[in-house]
Design a protein around this ligand. Structure first.
Ligand code: 5GP
Length: 116
């Protein structure tokens, strides 16, 4: 399916919608989730327009995972947690609601997330 340039994260990247930014570089952006499933719930997106992991270039995917690692480390320290969950949904059939590829960083346990 063609990338929807009017999705919420594309608007955030263009600065049309505000976000609480926690990290940005040439290829990626990280910001706080507006409806956190855990304290410190952070999203990491690519600047390359892509709906799912499978639409992303290998170069953008590499930059993205580097940022996920960097921001996860910062979030883990900031939230004082022992562990965290990474979640990444691909396609509406999997539950993806915003059609721009993103990782969720959830400073929580899987058990706690499942009982929410
Ligand atoms: P998905 O269900 O696609 O994996 O996750 C989309 C995430 O984007 C959800 O956790 C939702 O709370 C978050 N979200 C949706 N709209 C906005 C927004 O306008 N700003 C921010 N910061 N997060 C959003």
């Amino acid at each position: 399916m063609a990338y929807d340039t009017n999705n919420i994260f594309a608007k955030i990247l263009r600065g049309e919608i505000p976000c609480t930014k926690v990290y940005e570089d040439e290829h990626t952006l990280a910001f706080m989730d507006i409806m956190p499933q855990a304290d410190g719930h952070t999203l990491v997106i690519t600047k390359e327009p892509a709906e799912t992991l499978l639409d992303l270039s290998p170069e953008a995917a590499a930059a993205w995972i580097k940022t996920v690692q960097k921001v996860s480390k910062a979030v883990k320290t900031a939230m004082g947690v022992e562990g965290f969950v990474l979640m990444q949904l691909n396609g509406a059939a999997a539950g993806q609601t915003v059609p721009h590829v993103h990782f969720h960083i959830l400073p929580s346990s899987l058990g706690a997330l499942m009982t929410r």
